[in-house]
Ligand binder design. Structure first.
Ligand SMILES: NC(=O)c1ccc[n+]([C@@H]2O[C@H](COP(=O)([O-])OP(=O)(O)OC[C@H]3O[C@@H](n4cnc5c(N)ncnc54)[C@H](OP(=O)(O)O)[C@@H]3O)[C@@H](O)[C@H]2O)c1
Length: 334
């Protein structure tokens, strides 16, 4: 019998997520049934999509259940197995509980090879956020040399990769982030042509006019809200929007209306495409070939915020929704 510490959803948030939405508890896990394995959690990814899952809203993923552990993309080690596909000592990646240990049926778990890169990179620059960036840039934004691409949340897990891929296509890339040192990193390390602080620059239209004097050809949209309205107004003819997320709206009780002048979609022949990365797993090989190679050759920079200890996950997650992470937010569990 193994005791696990786990974090459950104690209350659904109304507006901002608060500490009382989470509860830490210790449970004794049941003995494994045939086909099950016990995984010891090493790293847990914290991601913005978890916020909508804390509500009752039906979406592309079901809501988290009250009084049940939250789940998230994770890397772990198999400590016991009654599943013929996995053996003790295997490193695995997949959806596990916010917990020190998870009993799993093995479905959706993928084995990882140790070595080469830190294990947490499989949750960031070699994992889901990076795949999201790659898909949105390569299949929707499709930047060309000489075009201007805008990336919001430019130094987040997704944005930092999206901006660099657009830059490698020869486009001018402009981003925004919520702190001066993030903006400085975006320009100095990630190669953005410019990055503005969206918390201090309140007139988004004026700063975009200054930094994108030829308008915007493609927008990798992570933030939504008023920022997106300003970007939308500045899209050029045949502009493309990869609608990836709207983090500025996830804690709003009244979702924001879309931008005015929607008829400009027709006038400017715009393409606005929402996408969910899990619909495109068939393209994972293409992503690994391109982005894996860039990482190996040191041509793609990435930042990570590593938080030590499962107990810190709730606070870190609340911080993510306020921009306190710099790059991919990962909890080191064990
Ligand atoms: N469609 C998909 O399949 C898919 C997959 C993964 C992620 N996403 C979406 O992609 C977006 C970025 O995700 P990520 O994994 O890169 O997140 P992340 O690494 O956690 O970064 C999120 C960043 O967003 C910024 N932010 C937070 N609140 C904000 C606000 N109110 N206004 C402006 N910026 C705010 C913060 O940085 P600053 O300091 O810059 O403010 C924060 O660090 C999210 O909208 C997420 O939901 C979509």
């Amino acid at each position: 019998m193994t005791d696990a510490i786990q974090i459950v959803l104690a209350k659904r948030p109304e507006g901002d997520v608060t500490a009382d939405c989470f509860r830490e508890e210790t449970v004794t896990l049941p003995a494994l049934a045939d086909g099950q394995l016990l995984v010891r959690q090493l790293f847990l990814s914290l991601d913005p999509y978890m916020r909508p899952r804390m509500t009752e809203l039906r979406s592309y993923v079901p809501p988290f259940n009250l009084d049940q552990p939250l789940t998230g993309g994770s890397v772990g080690e198999v400590v016991e197995s009654r599943n013929p596909k996995f053996a003790r000592g295997d490193l695995v990646m997949g959806l596990l509980n916010w917990a020190t240990h998870t009993v799993h049926d093995g479905k959706g778990l993928r084995k990882l090879e140790a070595g080469g890169v830190p294990l947490s990179a499989h949750l960031g620059v070699l994992g889901m956020p990076s795949f999201t960036a790659w898909y949105g840039i390569r299949h929707i934004c499709k930047p060309k040399a000489g075009e201007t691409v805008f990336v919001s949340a430019a130094t987040g897990a997704v944005g930092q990769v999206a901006g660099q891929l657009a830059r490698l296509s020869g486009a001018r890339v402009v981003g925004c982030a919520g702190e001066e040192d993030k903006c400085a990193w975006a320009v100095r390390e990630a190669g953005y042509d410019a990055c503005f602080n969206h918390r201090t620059e309140r007139d988004y239209g004026a700063v975009l006019d200054k930094l994108c004097p030829k308008g915007i050809d493609a927008d990798f949209e992570n933030v939504g809200g008023k920022l997106f309205h300003a970007v939308f107004e500045r899209l050029n003819n045949f502009g493309r929007v990869a609608f990836c997320g709207a983090i500025s709206e996830y804690q709003d009780t009244d979702p924001m209306a879309g931008p005015p002048k929607m008829f400009s979609i027709v006038q400017k022949r715009l393409t606005l495409q929402g996408f969910i990365v899990s619909d495109h797993v068939a393209l994972m090989g293409d992503f690994v070939n391109e982005v894996g190679g860039l990482v190996r050759d040191g041509k793609l920079k990435s930042r990570e915020t590593l938080v030590d200890g499962l107990g810190k996950a709730p606070e870190a997650f609340m911080g993510l929704l306020k921009g306190q992470n710099f790059g991919k937010l990962v909890v080191k569990v064990g």
